[in-house]
Design a protein around this ligand. Structure first.
Ligand code: GAR
Length: 192
């Protein structure tokens, strides 16, 4: 069993889905030790409360600097014996102290077919540029923005989709289908 900590800044639908996947059999081999959020008002924290998952919230503005902020996170990760950090809509860059401690043990899901549309608003940019296709990518986190080595990626066609909302829904549906599967295979040692 791999102990994981899930990091989310916003809605937390991917976080919730990873927890529900354990209950309905779509996911196995991992145990969710806590949800970490960097935003006190994130809906992810509400979801964690409803799911009975421990919530940890630290805001950067309450810390002296990013170093102190990540030190506090690291203390919690070590206390809970977290082996793998799973980013699910966590919108801060991970800095070198945490990256070094968790080298090759931090994964992220990104709503594009990387290296296309790295960074923020990936879905919106693909839609506004009238791209025929976009996708999702699950990758290891390194010091760059959405640049780490790719674990899994999948394309989707969007040329016939009329609204941004529909594209977002399609991406989220695919994320919810794929993230538990890939996480399960990683935790079971079937993929690296
Ligand atoms: C997801 O679409 C995820 O891929 C994206 O944020 C969304 C979070 O949704 N992540 C990034 O853009 C990271 N660069 P959620 O809070 O409902 O899971």
């Amino acid at each position: 069993m791999v102990n994981i900590g899930i990091f989310a800044s916003g809605s937390g639908s991917n976080f919730e889905n990873l927890v529900l996947a354990l209950e309905d059999g779509r996911g196995e081999g991992y145990s969710v030790k806590f949800l970490f959020s960097d935003k006190k008002n994130s809906y992810a924290l509400e979801r964690a409360k409803k799911l009975g998952i421990e919530r940890v919230c630290i805001e950067l503005k309450d810390c002296l600097n990013k170093e102190e902020y990540e030190k506090k996170i690291l203390e919690k990760l070590e206390k809970e014996n977290v082996q793998l950090i799973v980013l699910a809509g966590y919108m801060k860059i991970i800095s070198s102290a945490l990256l070094q401690k968790y080298e090759n043990r931090i994964i992220n899901i990104h709503p594009s077919y990387l290296p296309n549309y790295q960074g923020k608003d990936a879905i919106k940019r693909a839609f506004l540029e009238k791209n025929k296709e976009t996708g999702i990518t699950i990758h290891y986190v390194d010091e760059g923005v959405d640049t780490g080595s790719i674990i899994y990626q999948e394309k989707i066609q969007i040329e016939n989709i009329k609204t941004l909302k529909e594209v977002e829904e399609k991406i989220h549906q695919l994320e919810h289908e794929i993230y538990p599967k890939v996480l399960t295979r990683l935790c079971q040692g079937e993929i690296k």
